[in-house]
Design a protein around this ligand. Structure first.
Ligand code: HEC
Ligand code: HEC
Length: 190
């Protein structure tokens, strides 16, 4: 996803570059307007050599901005500061691990494990996309209703996710940490 943005912005840079280079003599006004820094740098706009740095001043600035935002892979989930970094972490760390876990459980059913497996086709928060769990009388109703799935979730999916996110396992006493509720909405029925 990030790669597209980078490519797009690079494409925009080169298009802008060529367009701007089109006229043989760039009007002095536009050279100044291109960026306050370029005004001091740009010598008399005579030949293409001087035009190039003037023109590149603005696109370079934006390319640098996006480039510095691109490749920063957060070391841990907690270091992921924004949606971009979270997405990167998901792709690089969460996906491979969870794919392995789901496929080891049922290679046929989970032949395809993608972002959609948890986020759905419209990329919602997993809690909004995945089935709601009902917690009743101190238990998840699914423990009885879908024992195999419950067991798999409890023994494989949750621990793997806790590990890959570097979270603490959910603790019923303190009600903190990452539990089933990290991916599912939990309906606390009485
Ligand atoms: C195994 C389930 C799972 C898979 C697969 C998965 N995610 Fe996530 N993702 C989650 C959960 C759970 C959260 C919320 C974690 C939290 O903050 O507690 C989350 C959060 C996110 C967030 C931050 C919240 C937001 O929407 O801004 C992004 C971005 C994200 N995921 C992107 C991705 C992308 C991109 C992929 C595919 C490469 C992916 N996820 C695959 C479970 C998953
Ligand atoms: C990393 C995210 C994640 C965590 C954590 C998680 N689940 Fe799930 N759960 C899923 C996904 C993804 C599915 C859907 C799998 C599929 O496509 O069939 C699912 C499906 C289920 C289902 C089947 C629901 C249905 O109606 O088919 C049950 C039951 C379930 N989870 C229970 C739990 C329980 C209980 C826990 C905590 C022990 C838990 N899950 C933790 C991601 C998670």
């Amino acid at each position: 996803m990030r790669a597209f943005t980078l490519t797009a912005s690079l494409a925009a840079v080169s298009v802008g570059f060529f367009l701007a280079c089109g006229p043989s003599t760039p009007p002095p006004d536009s050279a100044v307007g291109a960026g306050s820094t370029s005004a001091t740098v740009a010598p008399p706009p005579v030949d293409t050599a001087s035009a190039a740095p003037t023109v590149s001043a603005e696109p370079t600035a934006s390319a640098v901005t996006s480039a510095s935002a691109e490749p920063v892979m957060p070391a841990t989930w907690k270091d992921a500061a924004d949606g971009k970094q979270k997405g990167m972490f998901m792709k690089a760390k969460v996906m491979p691990k969870m794919k392995e876990v789901f496929q080891a459980h049922d290679a046929k059913k989970f032949a395809e494990v993608t972002c959609k497996t948890c986020h759905g086709p419209e990329h919602k928060a997993p809690k909004e996309f995945l089935p709601k769990l009902v917690f009743k009388g101190g238990k998840f109703t699914s423990e009885k209703e879908k024992p195999a799935m419950f067991k798999f979730m409890h023994e494989k999916v949750l621990p793997a996710m806790v590990e890959v996110l570097g979270e603490k396992p959910f603790d019923m006493k303190t009600m903190t940490g990452f539990g089933c509720g990290g991916c599912h909405t939990i309906d606390m029925a009485k």
